[in-house]
Write a protein that binds this ligand. Structure first.
Ligand code: BES
Ligand code: MN
Ligand code: ZN
Length: 511
């Protein structure tokens, strides 16, 4: 593979020559102390609200005041100063008040904002001076995470990018980092790499990423990390009776796959946490075909599987002390002479039969067999599934929160806390027998769709029918948060990498 391993990008060991050969442009972050810091033409400072550092040039401080910069969260000021006989660009980024409730987000945003501003500025390197900002090591690492994530791009298909729109910023030199920042950054760097991998998988079009190539990308990226991969093909899945997943795949020329990634960083023999992802590499809707407008979005219908793969990569790269298994159900949903029809009845691996009323409600058909398989194979201590499952969740929550459905309050609370801490926010929805009843079929054990209203909930009810009582389970409907039509705090337009930071935080704090 042409993809260098993470170690090749660690501070001090890498060269910058290969950076633009990568699908994403990775920001290199290096630490310096005051006497070894390079003299750069772009210097940034992060400031708390209302605090002007005593060592800032008076004219710069005055200019910032004139521009109404006061260090509020999200504020960015650019000025110039003469230092050592050279004109340098000096950027000031606001952190807001130290006791603000959303301090973590503000810190990350400051790092991200600096990179967004200078990514295509012509500058190749930026000095970020954290002196006097009063950040903890974890906060400093969060600032760098924001910076690194905001610098990710996917330009592999652009052959005509004009010079002044090409990203130039490749290196961040950090000065004045508090004690312990290097260690904190080592973990966050793993999370960044996982998030970037998810973004890459989500961004690639469906002629590049299909079940087999999804597996191959994972193999290439995960080699040498300590993750062990298992792959099930069509025949193996047929032998296991996965009629629901295979029914979705049967209209496609692409072979389906089930990808299993094992990370055993915890006590040997302890039941793992299971992460299960919907990996529909393209969703046309099948015979219940979708309208043409916007159908290209359905290349990211594998966002759940992408998040699971990225999270597993992050856990392995940071050496998480936990046992976690990631399962991706990978299929393409196409209409064809061989495709399944509305009204077909399929038998899932669990033995339960399903009347396929709508072939576009395919994600749940893929997930139900993956859920059954992971429970039989691993008897996990808990299951979290992630899926771009319903358009209805976007109607409910827009693009700010993902929907959470949980059989277990403890797991729900842990996920909620991880969501708040990581910025991948979740909003819990109800489950209950009245919703479950809406899936009753006249011919089989259940239909794959309920009535029009409450569509995200009936989708979750369907999945719950495949989870053993006693196994804590949560389903995250991430249809609204995988892809962004406008830039956010830590991403440009496009793939957000949603789920990686959430799952990493869930594992860090609970498992
Ligand atoms: N992948 C879609 C859900 C989706 C829609 C994600 C729009 C992102 C944006 C899913 O497979 C689907 O088609 N769901 C249907 C379910 C319906 C047929 C019950 C939907 O939401 O319309
Ligand atoms: Mn669909
Ligand atoms: Zn889908």
């Amino acid at each position: 593979s042409h993809r260098p391993r993470l170690t090749a990008m660690r501070p001090g060991r890498g060269s910058t020559a290969f950076l633009h050969d990568l699908p994403g442009v990775f920001m290199q972050i290096q630490f310096f102390d005051a006497n070894s810091a390079p003299a750069l033409r772009l210097c940034a400072r992060v400031l708390n609200e209302g605090v002007v550092p005593a060592d800032l040039e008076p004219q710069l401080a005055e200019a910032a005041r004139m521009a109404r910069f006061s260090g509020k969260a999200g504020q960015l000021f650019e000025g110039f100063a003469e230092r050592g006989g050279q004109l340098v660009r000096v950027a000031l980024a606001g952190l807001g008040k130290p006791d603000a409730p959303d301090r973590a987000a503000a810190i990350e945003k400051a790092g991200a904002g600096l990179v967004a501003k200078y990514l295509t500025s012509g500058e190749e390197a930026m000095l970020v001076d954290l002196t006097g900002a009063g950040l903890s090591a974890n906060e400093a690492a969060d600032l760098l995470l924001g910076a690194r994530l905001r610098g990710w791009r996917h330009d592999v298909y652009r052959t005509k990018l004009p010079d002044d729109r090409k990203p130039t910023l490749k290196r961040i030199a950090v000065l004045g980092a508090p004690e312990g920042t290097r260690d904190a950054w080592a973990a966050q760097e793993a999370v960044a790499a996982g998030t970037e991998f998810t973004r890459e998988l989500v961004t690639e079009p469906a002629n590049a990423i299909y079940p087999e190539s999804f597996v191959e990308r994972c193999r290439a990226r995960m080699g040498g990390t300590g993750l062990s991969l298992r792959v099930l093909d069509r025949e193996e899945m047929a032998a296991l009776g996965m009629g629901a997943l295979l029914g979705v795949a049967q209209g496609s020329a692409r072979e389906p796959r089930m990808l299993v990634m094992e990370w055993n960083g915890g006590t040997a023999g302890d039941a793992p946490l299971a992460l299960v992802g919907k990996g529909v590499t393209f969703d046309t809707g099948g015979i219940s075909i979708k309208p043409a407008a916007g159908m290209e979005d359905m290349k990211w219908d594998m966002g759940g599987a992408g998040a699971v793969a990225g999270a597993m990569l992050a856990l392995a790269l940071r050496g998480a002390k936990a046992n976690v298994v990631g399962v991706c159900g990978l299929v393409e949903n196409m209409p064809d002479g061989t495709a399944q029809r509305p009204g077909d009845v399929v038998t899932s691996m669990s033995g339960q039969t399903i009347e396929v009323i709508n072939t576009d409600a395919e994600g749940r058909l893929v997930l139900c067999d993956a859920l059954t398989w992971v429970q039989r194979e691993y008897a996990p201590r808990a299951i979290v599934d992630l899926a771009t499952l319903t358009g209805a969740i976007i109607v409910s929550l827009g693009h700010e929160y993902a929907g959470m459905f949980a059989s277990d309050d403890d797991l729900a609370n842990r996920l909620d806390a991880a969501g708040k801490a990581s910025g991948d926010r979740l909003w819990r929805f109800p489950l209950g027998p009245a919703y479950d009843k809406l899936l009753e079929s006249a011919i089989a054990d259940m239909k794959n769709v309920g009535p029009r209203f409450g569509g995200s909930i009936t989708a979750a009810q369907f999945l719950q029918r495949y989870v053993d009582k006693g196994t804590p389970w949560a389903h995250l409907d991430i249809a609204g948060t995988v892809w962004a039509d406008k830039p956010g705090a830590t991403w440009d337009k496009g793939a957000t990498g949603f789920g990686v930071r959430l799952l990493d935080r869930l594992v860090r704090d609970n498992y």
